[in-house]
Ligand binder design. Structure first.
Ligand SMILES: [Cu+2]
Length: 186
């Protein structure tokens, strides 16, 4: 009985916490450098619920811990997780949205040093994850983007650029992000 009680409470805890995240391509995950830069409670919040909103993640006022850029997760923990894409390549995304919140969403290339967008969003939704729909449109959880062809020499160094999924639940007032570190192949 003890095992099943444990399972039940764990299940409900996970369900209550879950909001949404990108499952594929691989996203940035926290490690020792994030802990050093942001704090142990930041990493705890990130790992306790990978689907949680940025508003639940403490930055502890650390100057290099910007939770609104890649959830505060540091590139140095993800150097072996850098994807390589060719200009014009189609990249398939998979998302899970256990608790949808209607609002805008986009995937954009971000210059990580300046936290600025590079070009136009690769995909954008005016209304995403609408909990009032009986069923979410398939393209909310399965969509593709086409890598830009006009980046020149930009985004060729690991750690220079990421593709960032951004979603804001308007009524929930919750922000969600995931970063895919990548380099453009020549
Ligand atoms: Cu939520």
């Amino acid at each position: 009985m003890r095992a099943s009680t444990f399972f039940t409470s764990t299940f409900f805890a996970a369900t209550a916490l879950a909001h949404g995240n990108i499952v594929s391509p691989p996203v940035r995950l926290p490690g020792p450098v994030t802990q050093q830069v942001c704090g142990a409670d930041t990493v705890s919040a990130l790992t306790a619920d990978e689907t949680g909103p940025l508003e639940n993640i403490p930055s502890n006022g650390a100057p290099d811990c910007n939770v609104f850029l890649c959830k505060g997760v540091q590139f140095e923990d993800n150097q072996n997780n850098v994807q390589a894409f060719a200009p014009g390549e189609q990249v398939d995304f998979a998302a899970e949205l256990p608790i949808p919140h209607e609002g805008p969403c986009n995937v954009s290339v971000v210059d990580l040093a300046t936290n600025t967008l590079v070009g136009q969003p690769l995909i954008s939704f005016a209304s995403y994850a609408d909990e009032n729909l009986a069923q979410l449109p398939l393209n909310n959880t399965q969509f593709s983007v086409t890598m830009p062809t006009d980046l020149g020499t930009q985004c060729q160094q690991p750690g220079e650029c990421a593709m960032q999924w951004f979603w804001f639940g308007t009524n929930a007032q919750q922000t969600y992000e995931n970063c895919v570190d990548f380099v453009m192949t020549a």
